[in-house]
Design a binder for this molecule. Sequence first.
Ligand SMILES: [Zn+2]
Length: 351
Amino acid sequence: MTRRTALAIFGAWRAAAAQKRIAIRGMYSHPKAFWDRGAKLDDYGVTALFVHGGSITAELLARAGAEGARVFAEFATLNGKGYVEKHPEAWPVNERGERAPAATWFLGACPTEPGFRALRMKQLEELLERRAVAGVWLDYFHWHAQFEDPHPILPETCFCESCLAAFAARTGVRAPQGETAMRARWILERHERAWRRWRVDVLLDWAREAKAVVRRVRPSALLGVYHCPWTDEEFGGARERILGLDLKQLAGVADVLSPMVYHGRMERKAEWVGDFVAWLSRRVGKRCRIWPIVQAQSEPREITADEFERVLRLGGGGGATGVMMFTAQSVAADGAKMDAMRRVYGEWGSR
Ligand SMILES: [Zn+2]
């Protein structure tokens, strides 16, 4: 191929990419502040709302529908705060055999504790039965850790009796009897690979069960996952090693992946949003859809309207076919961000 032909092909591809249609033009969080301004979803090109499951009412569904938007439910999955205090058997146990402390504001729950798992699946089923949502997005979908801060907290968990028994049952690797700290050390020193693989499988199993619930109760609804936006290499492979997320395999279960590309909170440049979406698109191929969630909220530093517009556009790049922002409220509070969203969503909607 001559250089000229290559350039022509690249130019055509780039033009096609720029023209691509982004069907899911979303807002994350309850749209009350947006509506309180007198704004209408269809005037801003918004086609999808992502709202905490507990805040979805019949009125919300009716008004969103009348303004041309579908409603997806956020479903907090492996967060343990408020639960593990009353059910200490679900408190994640670290490699010292102690209850893992909260990782800044987040405290996970043990994903193999049967009572906790049964409760979450029941809550998921009830949510789908009660509300005609277009899909459910699993949130806090990882083993206990904190990845949303610039300096992540990445503890080794969970070495509770339930996990050690489940690991032994699945892999045949049985830690010697004795103190938890010794058993944890024995596993990490001698069977680290099997241990980390098993932890990934535990989460895939949760995703499969959640998908089965969705398909059974509301077959038209989609299953999405909000997840940590790290490549395979970052932080020593911690996304898979500590959080337990194999994105390629997860993409084979979930209908949609929503990487949480919060550039301001994670102290990254705006360009990183585009880089990560491109990386994820290559990594998962056509296995599932990609609808990133970008940052609009000025926390912990100011996100200007220009910067918000930039990450919104970058979020819709690569193989993404949808995008949303954290949060609708932050956009509604700033007239310039409202204008930016209308401009970008208007362009995408008119194609
Ligand atoms: Zn456990």
